[in-house]
Design a binder for this molecule. Structure first.
Ligand code: GTP
Ligand code: MG
Length: 373
């Protein structure tokens, strides 16, 4: 039995399994998963890999989970918040196109080869005046962990399925992530403008997976649509809002912000740019934030259109400047009252990481000795 926390790196998993990281990588490759040394693995990948090496897995709480554990909010402080909706599905089934249509601007046109490679975060106000925060995830098979993370911070999942295709491996994976995360799903049967579209075939395939849609007497909402012509998109949004209403989503905006890192990168000239989803509390310019082992005061914030923001409340995706480095996607970001507090936690995380990498190093040396003997 292997006790492990989710999202450990391939390197750390190798150390725990007492094998070399190369063995992990080649095992993954033979299973059709491409992982790099420092890549964090989701629960599914960890389970599969451990199984290959003869281990059962038990997931334990991470230090992160414990630090982040929240004090319960007083119900009186809670106010309604917008739903966070993640769009998932197989590669090329039209996730980004659907979002492009919803926000009436083109992302697909900027994507190299039209393949989404990272999570995009957008804030949308619908024609009916409702706010929805969207996460666009990549469908390519290499991005399992990203999809798992997307599913984790989401309230509702839209599973996009192309009506001229079938339920594909990453469709199944996306459904699985949503189910594991306990997130309600809405099936968006896309590309119905195509002459060879066959939405009924998709509905049948869903039924065969025990996912019976409402129209057929089941419990899952679905919507036929075209991201190209826009047909059915408004109806889909209505269904999203309906699903969200049932969830009675609330957050306390009057406290230090807590959110999740969506992505981070170094921008020449601007420094580290971190995209986060604020989940509760309100983030302000000047707040002392900590994510992973990086901390700093928020120097500036922008929405996805590049517009400057002074504050960001619950369910708002923002890009922020001011962290000392690039945290990992999936890291929790929190605001602290003093810089000292943030620094101390950052340092202890740094130390844990150093210890882990020492363990791995030691392991490689032993392995090399083994090979020489
Ligand atoms: P990944 O992010 O790489 O997984 O792909 P995606 O699901 O975001 O697909 P994307 O939106 O990039 O669309 C893939 C292709 O399908 C593009 O050429 C789109 O123009 C086309 N497409 C998407 N939706 C529709 C639709 O409703 N009708 C038609 N005819 N084409 C569509
Ligand atoms: Mg895309």
């Amino acid at each position: 039995l292997l006790k492990v926390t989710e999202f450990i790196s391939a390197n750390d998993l190798a150390a725990l399994l007492d094998v070399s990281v190369n063995q992990i990588i080649s095992t993954c490759m033979s299973l059709g998963m491409f992982v790099s040394i420092n890549q964090r693995l989701d629960a599914e990948a960890i389970t599969i890999i451990a199984d290959e090496f003869g281990y059962d897995v038990e997931f334990t709480k991470s230090i992160e989970d414990e630090i982040v554990e929240e004090v319960e909010d007083d119900p009186e402080d809670l106010v309604e918040r917008a739903p966070i909706v993640t769009i998932m599905g197989h590669v090329d089934h039209g996730k980004t196109s659907l979002l492009d249509y919803i926000r009436t601007s083109k992302v697909t046109a900027d994507e190299a080869g039209g393949i989404t490679q990272h999570i995009g975060a957008y804030d949308v106000t619908t024609k009916t005046g409702h706010k929805i925060a969207f996460l666009d995830t990549p469908g390519h098979e290499a991005f399992t962990a990203m999809r798992a993370r997307g599913a984790k911070i989401t309230d509702v999942a839209i599973i996009v399925i192309a009506a001229d295709d079938s339920i594909m491996p990453q469709t199944k994976e996306a459904i699985n992530h949503a189910q594991v995360a306990g997130v309600p799903m809405i099936f968006a049967i896309n590309k119905i403008d195509k002459p060879n579209a066959n939405p009924n075939k998709i509905k049948e395939e869903l039924a065969n997976m025990n996912l019976l849609i409402e129209e057929w007497g089941g419990k899952y909402q679905s919507q036929e649509l075209s991201a190209k012509t826009g047909e059915g998109v408004d109806d889909l949004l209505e269904k999203v809002l309906l699903e969200a209403e049932v969830l009675e989503l609330k957050a306390n905006p009057d406290k230090n912000a807590v959110g999740t890192v969506i992505e981070a990168s170094l921008d020449k000239g601007r420094g580290y740019v971190t995209t986060i989803m604020v989940q509760s509390g309100t983030l302000n310019i000047g707040d002392i934030t900590l994510a992973g082992k990086h901390y700093g005061r928020v120097k500036a914030m922008f929405d996805h259109k590049g517009k400057k923001l002074k504050t960001a409340g619950p369910s708002t995706p923002v890009q922020l400047l001011g962290l000392s480095g690039a945290p990992q996607a999936g890291d929790i970001i929190k605001v602290y009252d003093t810089e000292r507090e943030a620094r101390e936690i950052a340092n202890s995380r740094e130390q844990i990481q150093r210890e882990q990498s020492l363990r791995t190093k030691k392991h490689i040396t032993l392995d090399e000795i083994g090979r020489r003997l």
